[in-house]
Design a protein around this ligand. Structure first.
Ligand SMILES: C[S@@+](CC[C@H](N)C(=O)[O-])C[C@H]1O[C@@H](n2cnc3c(N)ncnc32)[C@H](O)[C@@H]1O
Ligand SMILES: O=c1cc(-c2ccc(O)cc2)oc2c(O)c(O)ccc12
Length: 232
């Protein structure tokens, strides 16, 4: 069956709600909830990183003690704000999005949070920005962490660049890599508007699975996330 709405990959929406209400919403920082609420009336509100994914990203950032990070795909800033809240006072997140207007919806909340100074937002297509970062030798292997949540057809292009920017032992997370569960469905059961990204995601997942440069974990959190750790 096609997955819709909040893209629940679990056995039931009730189980998804159970996890949210038991373990996620009560621990979600108030300022992130505020940003989520400010995004709720946006016609593309479903773009926002899911709180389940956000909670996992926060734990991962803490576990690896991430200090210098990159984010590709900001929208109104949910994952960006959680990153800035989690990295240390002298940490930095370089965030790129081709659309500044959506970032500006979250900006007043980010400014109020007191962690805005850790954020360098760049309005740009992501590929040229990553290429620009790579032009400076000092950026190579200098990032602890990257989160990618933008155009799915470019994920492999982002991966090739991020593999040079992230240090050996650093972590890259890709969002939406189960694409509402459609990656495992026959095409004829998938809504027409989801088919292109489904094929792009299947192709990306195949390439990632074969990439021996990384340790890999493909986890059914949120809309599916792929976590990879650079090995060499
Ligand atoms: C799903 S949203 C990101 C959600 C965000 N992580 C959050 O927590 O709310 C995807 C974003 O990627 C941006 N985007 C899509 N293609 C892009 C590209 N080629 N370069 C830069 N940004 C892009 C869109 O403008 C959009 O804001
Ligand atoms: O419904 C979407 C669509 C996208 C998307 C598709 C194609 C692009 O070039 C950029 C973005 O991304 C989404 C996403 O990241 C998400 O978490 C939920 C829904 C969608």
């Amino acid at each position: 069956m096609e997955l819709k709405g909040n893209q629940v990959l679990l056995q039931s929406e009730e189980l998804d709600r159970y996890i949210l209400e038991t373990s996620i919403y009560p621990r979600e920082p108030k300022i992130l909830k505020e940003l989520r609420d400010a995004t709720a009336s946006h016609p593309l509100a479903f773009f926002g990183t899911l709180p389940s994914t956000g909670q996992f990203l926060t734990m991962l950032l803490n576990l690896i003690k991430a200090k210098k990070t990159i984010e590709v795909g900001v929208f109104t800033g949910y994952s960006l704000l959680l990153t800035a809240l989690t990295i240390p006072e002298d940490g930095k997140v370089i965030a790129v999005d081709k659309n500044r207007a959506s970032f500006e919806i979250g900006l007043p909340i980010i400014q109020k949070s007191g962690v805005g100074h850790k954020i360098d937002f760049v309005e740009s297509e992501a590929l040229p920005l990553l290429d620009q970062l790579l032009e400076k030798e000092e950026n190579e292997g200098s990032f602890d962490f990257a989160f990618v949540d933008a155009d799915k057809g470019n994920y492999w292009n982002y991966h090739e660049r991020l593999m040079k920017l992230v240090k050996v032992g650093g972590v890259i997370v890709y969002d939406n890599t189960l694409w509402g569960g459609t990656v495992a469905m026959p095409e004829n059961l998938v809504l027409e508007q989801k088919r292109k990204v489904r094929l792009e995601t299947i192709e990306f997942n195949k390439k990632m699975a074969a990439d021996t440069r990384v340790e890999l974990c493909h986890a059914p959190i949120g809309d599916g996330i792929t976590i990879c750790r650079r090995l060499c």
